[in-house]
Design a protein around this ligand. Structure first.
Ligand SMILES: Nc1ncnc2c1ncn2[C@@H]1O[C@H](COP(=O)(O)OP(=O)(O)OP(=O)(O)O)[C@@H](O)[C@H]1O
Ligand SMILES: [Mg+2]
Length: 455
């Protein structure tokens, strides 16, 4: 943001300045030539001197300008991070440490700031010096010319005026170079960001006509970094309308599978097919339009509850929004809020409880009405009674839709068609709830431990 600001401001200020100065130099040069060639020559001789000074100063000060923009970004980052994490900082008594870190970065900013400003501040007096030397040269040579009768005193008088008009824009150019330098530093950073690779899309990307909701993982292998594989060899097929539950310990790779399904990352080996087409051949937007999701971390934006629920289907009527909210069991609490459906959710969504936020995202997914559904710990923050109520609504929603459900509370996935138990990215058990219980393996252990706790 800083860099774009700097870029905008400098373009505003310096480019006009640049154009005026250059135009003025050219105009004055023409007038000077019309008066006296030798005197013009003397004046123009100052230009290379000015250029050399400019080049040297830019060479030495540019690294500081670059550092200044970079540290400015870091300082703003710290401010934002500390502001968002105020509570945690206070709870862990880290206020002092945060202030120290801020001071450290701020000092760096101060140092690079004053160095760059000091060096470019030298530019103005140096340019004056060069300008005044030209002035002296003109007076000396002009006096000679007048003595030999090659110029009239009037010519010299007017020439001296022009020399002033000539050196003034040259000095201004030196001045502008200061702004131009911070602009150059900011531009580098802006373009570095713009040059980041975009999600590429095949030219002949496909959008299938029929979307029953068929998903197949075929020997999928994946790791976020090349040196650490998370998913080793994952195969599973979801028939249209089936509910696939994925359970497993924290960090097993459940969310990773979902990210692959949405093609936020590409598989390293094997393939992943949705509706029989490899996800890499899909049109990205169409692929993402295939799924409605409720994710582990809720995301609501600054707007009314109604707008938030309508997010996945902007043309839904108010009645449809409210029906979805009723299905997600958030109708009740919405009515207790000031303004009901027009209650404004603040920027971080912190004026709703975690569970309430989850219910709103569930209502959003219900309303979106997509061929397939992804629920990643969708009810993890909701009390067990509400969860059970939502479960019934979900069952209705999942009817005829392929669903992937990730849940730690196993009571919610008992009715799934297939339960996949994964550990360290591999399927260790697979079957229905009853089959897995009968097997007496990892799943049975997990289920019984939860059951014992509940009892
Ligand atoms: N963006 C990422 N970059 C690198 N590694 C990651 C990234 N996201 C997750 N991981 C790693 O991948 C592994 C699996 O993470 P994943 O989020 O899939 O777990 P999970 O099964 O969803 O766990 P949980 O039950 O806690 O949600 C973890 O070891 C994690 O450290
Ligand atoms: Mg997860």
């Amino acid at each position: 943001t800083n860099d774009v600001d700097t870029l905008g401001q400098s373009l505003n200020q310096s480019v006009t300045q640049l154009i005026t100065s250059i135009t003025q130099i050219i105009g004055v040069l023409v007038m000077m030539l019309s008066i006296s060639l030798p005197l013009t020559g003397v004046t123009v001789l100052t230009l290379p001197a000015a250029a050399i000074i400019l080049a040297v100063m830019i060479h030495f000060s540019q690294p500081y300008f670059r550092e200044q923009q970079q540290v400015l970004g870091a300082v703003n980052g710290i401010i934002e991070e500390d502001f968002a994490g105020q509570n945690v900082i206070q709870v862990f008594d880290r206020a002092e440490a945060s202030i120290e870190e801020f001071d450290r970065q701020n000092d760096r900013l101060f140092i690079s700031g004053w160095r760059s400003q000091f060096l470019s501040g030298l530019m103005m007096p140096l340019m004056s010096l060069v300008g005044n030397m030209g002035y002296v040269g003109v007076v000396v040579v002009g006096a000679q010319l007048a003595l030999t009768g090659n110029a009239t005193p009037g010519d010299i008088q007017s020439f001296i005026q022009y020399v002033r008009n000539f050196t003034q824009p040259v000095q201004q150019l030196g001045n502008v170079s200061n702004t131009m330098q911070s602009m150059a530093a900011a531009t580098e950073r802006v373009f570095e960001f713009l040059a980041a690779p975009e999600e590429e899309q095949k030219a002949d990307a496909q959008i299938p006509e029929k979307r029953p909701g068929h998903v197949e993982f075929d020997h999928v292998k994946f790791g976020y970094t090349p040196d650490k594989t998370i998913i080793h060899d994952f195969s599973c097929e979801a028939q249209p309308g089936q509910t696939i539950a994925i359970v497993g310990p924290t960090g097993a790779g459940k969310t990773t599978l979902i990210k692959l399904l949405q093609r936020f990352y590409d598989v390293d080996g094997g393939s992943l097919r949705v509706e029989g087409i490899d996800v890499r051949d899909w049109d990205r937007a169409a692929l993402r339009g295939e799924f409605a999701m409720v994710l582990q971390d809720t995301w609501l934006f600054n707007g009314t509850i109604r707008e938030n629920i309508r997010y996945g289907r902007p043309d839904a009527s108010d009645a449809e929004v409210e029906a979805a909210a009723r299905a997600a069991r958030c109708d009740h609490f919405i009515h207790t809020l000031a303004g009901g459906y027009d209650f404004m959710i603040n920027e971080e969504g912190t004026n709703l409880s975690q569970g309430q936020r989850q219910l709103v995202t569930i209502a959003r997914a219900i309303l979106a009405d997509r061929p397939a559904l992804i629920l990643d710990e969708a009810t993890s923050n909701v009390d067990t009674r509400t969860e059970e109520l939502i479960q019934r609504a979900m069952d209705a929603l999942m009817q005829g839709r392929t669903s992937f459900v990730i849940a730690h509370r196993l009571s919610t996935i008992r009715n799934a068609d297939v339960i996949l138990v994964i550990r360290d990215g591999d399927i260790v058990e697979k079957g229905t709830h009853d089959e897995l219980l009968a097997q007496g393996g990892f799943y049975a252990d997990l289920y019984n431990s939860q059951f014992d706790e509940a009892a």
